[in-house]
Every structure is written in C-alpha cells, then in structure tokens.
Design a binder for this molecule. Structure first.
Ligand code: ADP
Ligand code: ASP
Ligand code: MG
Length: 402
C-alpha cells in the first residue's frame, strides 16, 4: 500500500468548519486505498498570538519556554483534526513531534531536524490508522521540546515523507500553488505550474513564505518532489521538483521580506577589527550576509529580528574596547527577482532600474547570489516596488510554449 504525506497550514484549520474540511480530504485519500500521515500547523494566528502573549509577560522570554508555549498550537490542531476524522468513522491517532520521533538539535526556536525515528507512526499506519502529526516541533538530543522556526510544519512534513518512503509530499495551503509573486500583493501574479528546487530555494530565501526555506532544502537533499496546492479547491497546484534545470532565460518570480533588520556596524577601518567582529558574530550564531556598497569601515548585515538581538549581545562587550557603533534599521525591506536570467540577460537589471526610477524609489543593491538579484528599498514602498518589478518583467504573462 502506498503512503501519502500531506501538510495542512494554519489557515486551512482555522476553525471547526475548516477542520472538518481537512478531515474530509484526508478521509477521501484514505478511502482511495492509501496510508495517510498528515502534518498540521497551528490554527490561524495562534503562533503570533502566543508570541505576543509571551512578550507581554516577558520582553525576552527564555527560548526553552517559548518552545513549550508555541508547540502547544500545533498540538491543539492535530488533536482536533484527529477528532474530526474519527467523527467521519475512520480510525485516527495524533502524535506530538516528539512522539512521531522527530529528533532535532538543541537550537530552541530554530531547531534543525537531525533524524526521524518514525517507527511509532509506521506501526499506527500499518494498523490501519490515519496519523496526524503536530508540525513545527520535535524533541532535542537533550530531551527538550524544540520548534523548527516559522513555517516549520513544512519541514516536519518533508522529513516525515522521506522517513516513511513517500514518493511525494503534498503541501495544502490557502493559495493554489506557487505564484510569480505573492498573489495577495500582486493582482496579476500567475501560478507557476512547475519550479525547480533551486528556483524555489531562491524564492523562499528571498521571502516567499508559501514554503519554509528549510523544507525545500531538505526536499532537494532527498530528491523528494513537493506539490503545493490549495486545501479549498481541487486545482493541480505547483510541482516543486529536481532537474531539468530551468531555461537560462527564465525569470521565475519576485519575492520580498518585511521582517528583516539591516544592522550597520561602524568603526571597522582595519582588518583585525573586522575579524574580531566577524568572530564574535559567528560565535553567537549570526549569519553574515554582507550588503555591498557600504563606505569603508562600515559593515551592514541583513538579519532576522532574533539574530539582531543575538548580534547586539555579541557586539556590546566590544563597543567600548574597539570604539564600535552599531544601529539596527527596521525601515528597509529587501525585494528580489529570482531566475537564471538575472545574471545572463542584462534586460532584467535594466527593467528593475527603470521601475525604481519611474516609482522614484531609492534603492541599495545587495550581494547577489547566482540566480537572484535584490535591493533594499524603504519598507513603506515595498509592495509598490514588487508590483513594479512584476510589471516591468511582464511576469503575469505566461511564456509561449516551445
Ligand atoms: P500556511 O499557513 O498554509 O503554511 P503560509 O501563510 O505560510 O500558509 O503561506 C501561504 C501564503 O504565502 C499565501 O497566502 C501568500 O500570501 C504567501 N505567498 C508569498 N509569496 C507567494 C508566492 N510566490 N506564491 C504563493 N503564495 C505566496
Ligand atoms: N505555526 C508555525 C508558524 O506559524 C509553524 C507553521 O505554520 O508551519 O510559523
Ligand atoms: Mg507556512
């Protein structure tokens, strides 16, 4: 009997009616003769609400306790889905990440999956049960509850799909696939029928939250295709797959971030200061993504909010000794165009520059990666820039076949 691993996102299980809808879809697959393991996210805005509540109680809550708190969101929804499946007359059992055998490292809040010991899930499937797993969480090698970072249920699903030997992992969400830009921002965005792992990694790294970056990296490592589709429709969605490589003239989409911080550190005229700062940041687990084109003696990094706190903790002891100063800037967003063509076709850069000029938006260019070109723009203009890039590159128009 073949096995299907499905993942249902937060919007798809937001209320009782949607939970019943998800249960019906799961049962349909099960009745079609397949074993079903479904990974479920926390309902609606639960994770955000719990995070807000924690901050009201403590401005910098201990990371272990945050994981205890946030993991509860997924635990609630997967038990509810199990109840809804049982109500439809099919046997179901729900597991926490720990019970499902998801073993992670000890990095609270952003843990990485090291191994999946799926025997308990496997046994339940073999007994004819539908298995629901709480996404976004695991148990660390030190036996603590951990969470996998925002969007982490996608990663749980991919890891389980691989461990259980599924041929594909189905990601059900509130859009019917991966689009050329966030469809809730760009009205003319177009669904992309197929993207390669490489393209999807660039899109998610640049902020397309439809999949979590780590889930795509993991899927690529295991060569496990993903299908992204809507939990509300029957549309075919988007297939995320291994080669063949995308065409060299392909521009795949536009993505953006609104939660990054640009941390500028001044006072590093000499190499030893630069080394000292880099060592301190790396030791604190801060990734060093340099922004090009800073004046000499300054270094700008693009960081998550969480990394910024860690960077500030690492830099504050150096401040007086080395006459460093640093300032976090949250008024900027990064907009990226993704596709192999960004470095092979100069028209892409020209179109982006033209769009920025027409919109009169000042921009700073960021270190490029092989198929991504990105710039920093004022945060309040980010959506306008995304639309302008999408328009200038004519991404809403499907490329001609052949
Ligand atoms: P889930 O809760 O199902 O995991 P997410 O909110 O994490 O869903 O991801 C789905 C959302 O991603 C969509 O509602 C859409 O607004 C956003 N999104 C951003 N970029 C894209 C894109 N390129 N294609 C599709 N959706 C995108
Ligand atoms: N509930 C978590 C989040 O909101 C994980 C997930 O949805 O995948 O980020
Ligand atoms: Mg998500």
């Amino acid at each position: 009997m073949s096995i299907v691993v499905q993942k249902y996102g937060g919007t798809s299980v937001a209320d009782a009616a949607r939970i019943s809808n998800v249960a019906r879809r799961i049962v349909e697959t099960f009745d079609g003769g397949q074993q079903v393991c479904a990974v479920v996210s926390a309902r609606g805005d639960t994770t955000d609400e719990l995070t807000r509540l924690a901050r009201e109680v403590s401005p910098r809550p201990p990371r272990r306790e945050m994981d205890m708190l946030l993991s509860a969101g997924e635990r609630i929804s997967c038990a509810l889905v199990a109840m809804a499946v049982e109500r439809l007359g099919r046997p179901a059992v729900s597991f926490t990440g720990s019970q499902a055998g998801i073993v992670t490292d000890t990095e609270h809040g952003n843990a990485e999956i090291l191994e999946v010991r799926a025997h308990r899930v496997q046994e339940a499937l073999e007994c004819g049960q539908i298995v629901l797993v709480a996404g976004f969480q695991g148990v660390s090698t030190e036996n603590q509850v951990t969470t996998l970072g925002r969007g982490g249920s996608d990663t749980s699903a991919v890891a389980l799909a691989h461990a259980l030997g599924a041929k594909i992992c189905e990601i059900y969400t509130d859009v019917d696939g991966v689009y050329t830009a966030n469809p809730s921002v760009v009205a003319g965005a177009r669904r992309i029928p197929e993207v390669t792992f490489d393209e999807m990694i660039e899109l998610t790294a640049a902020g397309a939250e439809v999949l979590a970056l780590r889930s795509v990296v993991l899927a690529q490592r295991h060569q496990l295709p993903l299908r992204v589709c809507s939990s509300f429709t029957r549309a075919e969605g988007t297939l995320v797959r291994a080669g063949p490589m995308a065409a060299p003239d392909r521009v795949c989409g536009v993505a953006y971030t609104t939660d990054e911080v640009v941390l500028t550190i001044n006072g590093m005229a000499d190499r030893s200061a630069l080394r000292c700062v880099s060592d301190a940041l790396l030791a604190a687990g801060v990734s060093l993504q340099h922004i090009a084109r800073e004046p000499e003696g300054a270094l700008s990094l693009i960081l998550t909010e969480e990394e910024t706190l860690r960077a500030e903790d690492a830099l504050s002891p150096l401040q007086a000794a080395m006459q460093l100063s640093y300032s976090p800037d949250t008024s900027t967003s990064r907009v990226a165009v993704v596709g192999r063509a960004v470095h092979t076709d100069e028209k892409v850069l020209q179109a982006m520059c033209g769009a920025l000029e027409r919109k009169k938006v000042p921009a700073r260019w960021v270190d490029a990666s092989p198929s991504c070109l990105s710039c920093l723009v004022p945060r309040q203009r980010v959506e306008a820039v995304v639309c302008a890039f999408h328009d200038a590159l004519r991404l809403g128009i499907a490329p001609a076949l052949g």
